[in-house]
Ligand binder design. Structure first.
Ligand code: NDP
Length: 444
């Protein structure tokens, strides 16, 4: 058995029932096999992979809170502090009923390599709760966030662990979390990112993941002599990442014809009117089906199926494992030629293989959505310097970071004879820096 196979077998044995975590480890180890085989003796001796797949720490805690009816509710809270070799733990908080330890470990593991790829000094972490903010009043969300932070603040610090938002955690939640952190600790410091602009947030952070995705997509397309202009694009989701991916893709001349939420998708042959979507999602916190009430030529379809809409480029921006092998086949049949992941691991392993084997271009989430965490790190820098950059400055830095990420992925894939395989390229480039730092810091 090779070293990677051995370590993967141990991960399965030691993390039973954690399907998402096992899937993420399998994908990363598979694509690192060439690099690891070349250094097998050294890595084995220092148990490098065994250390890499084991989180440095997992904190799990109870979150009691009182709902509007006076009923006490209890949720689970977690923080996976996965790897701090290259900087303080950094990664979002997710509030969604599906949250469990496996999902947060998969996200935290991926985050290590993503953060490394940005070139900025940030380690990997992820956290969250099975709390569902959907349908809750502002008061309920606030009381929940306050209870979450009352326990969580013990493990945070600007040089220790700096979370951001993720699914279900946007500006409102970050505000409540920050307020409680400050109240308990008495410290006004950059301990969360994605903050509001009046209390230490960075311009462009809201747009960063979606914009970054399209910047990287653009780099890849240009490298392969394509362009976004006049391409038909389908974007799943209608949350933070999806909305700003649509905005940037449209600015670059692409035509986005479909978006979704967890209930269904809308198809608009004239191109999605983003103002309508922003009003539904950012202002009224409504459902995507309301789009057809405002835009008569659009149609709404209940359920999954967004990937059956013909397109040139597919941008999955909702959640993990939302694009299956069947979906990938449908995309191919409809002549889609590029898939770039805005969400984390939205494409199943077999779908990813199908896409790559069938000559479609593919950008993995850990490279393609790294603009969010990169801009979070820029927010940390501004907080430390006690100043704010202009939107143009931040956008220009984000754009450059995404260009650099493409060069790193392209270069790493080429060095190992895997040209054009950006899954391998991203994993190898991210891995090399982390491993260097781990080796230098001894057995810790
Ligand atoms: P949001 O909560 O803003 O939006 C998520 C969107 O995905 C919503 O439209 C939601 O629909 C949909 N969705 C969520 N779960 C499901 C599901 N099980 N099935 C179908 N649709 C679903 O989250 P973000 O936009 O912030 O995050 C989206 C993805 O991008 C996640 O994978 C996240 O980890 C990743 N990401 C986010 C970053 C960020 O900066 N925000 C950075 C890097 C990655 P509904 O409203 O119906 O639930």
């Amino acid at each position: 058995m090779s070293y990677t196979e051995e370590v993967y077998a141990k991960v399965v044995e030691k993390n039973p029932g954690e399907a998402e975590f096992q899937q993420a480890v399998s994908e990363v180890l598979d694509s690192l096999k060439t690099v690891i085989d070349a250094n097998e003796t050294e890595y084995r001796k220092m148990a490098l992979l065994e250390r890499l797949v084991e989180p440095e720490r997992i904190i799990s805690f109870r979150i009691p809170w009182v709902d509007d009816q006076g009923q006490v509710q209890v949720n689970k809270g977690y923080r996976v502090q996965f790897n701090s070799a290259i900087g303080p733990y950094k990664g979002g908080l997710r509030f969604h009923p599906s949250v469990n330890q496996s999902i947060l470990k998969f996200l935290g593991f991926e985050q290590i390599f993503k953060n490394s790829l940005t070139g900025l000094p940030i380690g990997g972490g992820k956290g969250g709760s099975d709390f569902d903010p959907k349908g809750k009043s502002d008061g309920e969300v606030m009381r929940f966030c306050q209870s979450f932070m009352t326990e969580f603040c013990k493990y945070l610090g600007p040089n220790q662990d700096v979370p951001a938002g993720d699914i279900g955690v946007g500006g409102r939640e970050i505000g409540y979390l920050y307020g409680q952190y400050k109240r308990i600790t008495g410290r006004y410091e950059g301990v969360l990112t994605g903050k509001g602009l009046t209390y230490g947030g960075s311009l462009i952070r809201t747009q960063a993941t979606g914009y970054g995705l399209v910047y990287l997509l653009n780099e890849m397309l240009e490298h392969h002599k394509y362009s976004i202009k006049d391409k038909t694009i389908v974007v799943s989701g209608s949350g933070n990442v999806a909305i700003y991916a649509v905005e940037k893709a449209s600015q670059l001349g692409g035509k986005v014809v479909a978006m979704s939420d967890s209930n269904g998708y809308v198809y608009d042959p004239n191109g999605i009117n983003l103002d309508v979507v922003k009003d539904i999602k950012e202002v009224r916190r409504g459902r995507i089906k309301e789009y057809v009430e405002k835009v008569p030529q659009a149609t709404y379809t209940e359920g999954k199926g967004i990937w059956s809409v013909p397109c040139d480029i597919a941008l999955p921006c909702a959640t993990q494992n939302e694009l299956t092998l069947e979906d990938a086949k449908k995309l191919k049949e409809n002549k889609c030629f590029a898939v770039a992941e805005g969400a984390n691991m939205p494409t199943t392993l077999d779908a990813t293989e199908f896409i790559q084997e069938n000559g479609m271009l593919f950008l993995p989430g850990k490279a393609a959505n790294a603009g969010g965490v990169a801009t979070s790190a820029l927010e940390m820098t501004q907080n430390s310097m006690r100043l704010s950059w202009t939107a143009e400055e931040v956008d220009q830095k984000l754009h450059q970071i995404m260009k650099d990420i493409f060069v790193k992925c392209e270069d790493a894939s080429r060095r190992y004879g895997l040209e054009g395989n950006y899954v391998a390229g991203a994993n190898i480039a991210g891995f090399e820096k982390v491993v260097d730092a781990m080796k230098a810091q001894g057995i810790v």
